[in-house]
Design a protein around this ligand. Structure first.
Ligand SMILES: O=P(O)(O)OC[C@H]1O[C@H](OP(=O)(O)OP(=O)(O)O)[C@H](O)[C@@H]1O
Ligand SMILES: Nc1nc2[nH]cnc2c(=O)[nH]1
Length: 189
């Protein structure tokens, strides 16, 4: 029974706590600091989901970098990728000859990341890599490298720390799994 729309009403269990995510950011930030030393990368956040992870990750990177954002969308309000990716809001920076690091909350089918990597490569970037908080590797439909990631995650719909449920609940401070009845309530509506 779904009582309301409070966090405790919709979350079944926690998968990654705030401490887990902080540890991911510290580890990845250290690695990115080494790998991008002297390169002045352009860090591109994939809107909207990546913003929470991006702000924590970049504060662990001791590398001069610039920020930009790219909003591409394929899920709409659904639980499954439509497979049709479109640019909702484009970046403002010129990526030509830049080392670009895409920051993602999750890579699932890989369709979104492949679309973004191809777009940025086509525009003449020197290198294009991705750092994702979560990697749903078993769900991949296209071959794309997730160059850095915080943790693998299984095939379940996760929310929180940027990851949405019907464009809500991105602000949950951890990553959790929805109660099955919550999904049931909204599927086929
Ligand atoms: O690997 P894929 O199957 O393509 O899925 C991953 C993408 O799905 C989510 O974005 P969404 O399109 O839901 O937009 P959002 O970031 O605004 O939530 C997520 O933020 C990734 O960008
Ligand atoms: N919120 C959310 N968005 C996704 N996009 C692709 N996979 C997921 C997921 O598990 N949760």
């Amino acid at each position: 029974m779904v009582k309301g729309d409070k966090i405790n009403d919709i979350i079944d269990h926690k998968l990654f706590s705030e401490d887990d995510i902080h540890e991911m950011c510290v580890r990845l930030g250290k690695q990115l600091t080494e790998d991008y030393a002297g390169k002045r990368p352009l860090v591109v956040g994939a809107l909207k989901g990546a913003i929470y992870f991006l702000t924590d990750l970049t504060r662990q990177m001791d590398v001069a970098h610039q920020l930009d954002f790219l909003d591409v969308s394929s899920y709409g309000d659904g639980f499954e990728s439509t497979g049709k990716i479109k640019v909702v809001t484009d970046m403002s920076a010129d990526v030509k000859d830049r080392d670009v690091l895409i920051v993602e909350d999750i890579v699932d089918t890989g369709l979104t990341l492949k679309f973004m990597k191809d777009l940025i490569k086509k525009r003449g970037a020197k290198s294009v890599k991705c750092c994702a908080m979560l990697n749903k590797e078993a769900c991949r439909e296209v071959d794309v490298d997730v160059d850095y990631y915080g943790s693998k995650v299984g095939n379940e719909f996760v929310v929180g720390f940027g990851l949405d449920f019907l464009n809500m609940y991105r602000n949950i401070p951890y990553v959790g799994v929805l109660k099955p009845e919550v999904i049931q309530k909204y599927v086929n509506k």
